[in-house]
Ligand binder design. Structure first.
Ligand SMILES: C=CC1=C(C)c2cc3[nH]c(cc4nc(cc5[nH]c(cc1n2)c(C)c5CCC(=O)O)C(CCC(=O)O)=C4C)c(C)c3C=C
Ligand SMILES: [Fe+2]
Ligand SMILES: [Fe+2]
Length: 344
């Protein structure tokens, strides 16, 4: 019988905080047409002609503030998830990063070297986006066809609507919430608005925000990042018994001059203290592991923005990282897909 294995895939980080390594990483990341979706020539002009002149030095400084002795938090935490999962399942578990190292190809190779031919690949993103789930699957298929044509890969789909995940996230947030808070802000990574229009066959996103958020159209919901972020929040607060009025949804980390999905996290943080929100808790459920975008952009910069706007207490709620209850969810989702191999 074919041997099975699991590949956990996360976004990836630069090799080090050296400007040249950050530049190499940003080049691979931003030249991905699923991330900056312009024609190659315009993408190259923007990325190589403009962004890579200044951003690597700035990002390298930011990475230095979160880097640990073991390396980038995102990679280190993904390795911890791998090790914990490996103790719970009897098939090999490896990791791969969409950008930089260890690559998806290296991860598949490690599994193949252990005799694996049926792989469950888990993109570690709760919500679907062109720049996350879609690019991971496309890359893995490209590598499989070119290098491992006899290997089968079964992909785990976005899990923002799975009860086991929502229960896990709600329990994790509840445990970390401070006793007194005026609001809980859900800050998701943003995407250009154009990206959500591109992946929406039903055109629901375009009509207006409310339509997109409340849509019951399956074809729209399956691929709409904005819809899936709002639904994640709705499900988590329902589970926590938290009133909607005590919550905020916003989108962080925008890049460039395009219009990204709103409201923007930085603007929200600056303005909410004037509306009476002085004690704030923030959680970032687009990320399963803490990374530059949570540890620096939210915990440090975000806190400064909130305090500058007149806030008093800012409490960052860490991601699920390698919490045991989250590892149990990862195990369940992987096992479901491993079992499907009997039927494909
Ligand atoms: C969680 C989902 C993510 C989406 C959606 C996403 C879209 C997206 N990102 C950029 C540009 C950058 N993102 C950067 C870092 C970064 N992004 C995510 C996740 C998503 N990105 C993570 C987990 C990280 C952290 C990586 C780490 O090493 O810790 C960066 C690099 C840092 C910087 O220079 O700011 C860029 C650039 C775009 C353009 C985009 C959608 C089109
Ligand atoms: Fe990003
Ligand atoms: Fe939508």
């Amino acid at each position: 019988m074919a041997k099975k294995g699991i590949l956990l895939v996360n976004l990836g980080s630069p090799k080090s905080t050296d400007v040249k390594d950050v530049k190499e990483y940003l080049d691979e990341f931003l030249m991905d047409e699923k991330v900056i979706d312009y024609r190659w020539i315009f993408r190259a002009l923007l990325v190589r002609g403009i962004i890579l002149n200044t951003r690597p030095a700035k990002s390298a400084e930011a990475y230095k503030t979160v880097w640990t002795d073991e390396g980038s938090p995102l990679v280190v935490i993904t390795e911890k998830i791998q090790k914990k999962l490996q103790k719970l399942v009897d098939v090999p578990v490896e990791i791969g990063m969409r950008y930089a190292q260890p690559s998806i190809e290296a991860g598949i190779q490690k599994l193949v070297d252990q005799g694996v031919s049926d792989i469950v690949l888990f993109p570690l993103y709760p919500q679907y986006a062109m720049s996350t789930t879609e690019t991971v699957i496309e890359k893995a298929e490209e590598v499989r066809k070119k290098k491992f044509p006899t290997v089968k890969i079964n992909y785990i789909q976005p899990f923002y609507d799975r009860e086991i995940y929502i229960n896990c996230l709600a329990d994790s947030i509840r445990e970390k919430l401070p006793e007194n808070f005026d609001a809980l802000q859900f800050s998701y990574h943003g995407v250009p608005e154009r990206h959500i229009y591109k992946t929406d066959p039903s055109n629901t996103c375009k009509i207006d925000d409310a339509n997109c958020i409340n849509s019951k159209i399956e074809a729209h919901n399956a691929r709409c990042y904005r819809h899936q972020c709002y639904k994640t929040t709705e499900s988590v607060i329902a589970k926590m018994g938290l009133p909607k009025e005590k919550t905020i949804v916003s989108f962080q980390s925008r890049l460039g001059k395009d219009k990204w999905i709103e409201p923007y996290t930085d603007e929200t943080l600056e303005t909410i203290p004037k509306k009476g929100i002085k004690n704030l808790a923030v959680v970032c459920p687009a990320f399963v592991s803490d990374c530059l975008e949570t540890l620096e952009e939210i915990s440090v910069e975000g806190k400064e923005q909130f305090m500058h706007g007149g806030g008093e207490n800012f409490h960052y709620i860490p991601c699920l990282n390698d919490e045991d209850r989250w590892i149990d969810v990862v195990k369940t989702l992987c096992e479901e897909k491993l079992n499907e191999f009997y039927f494909v």
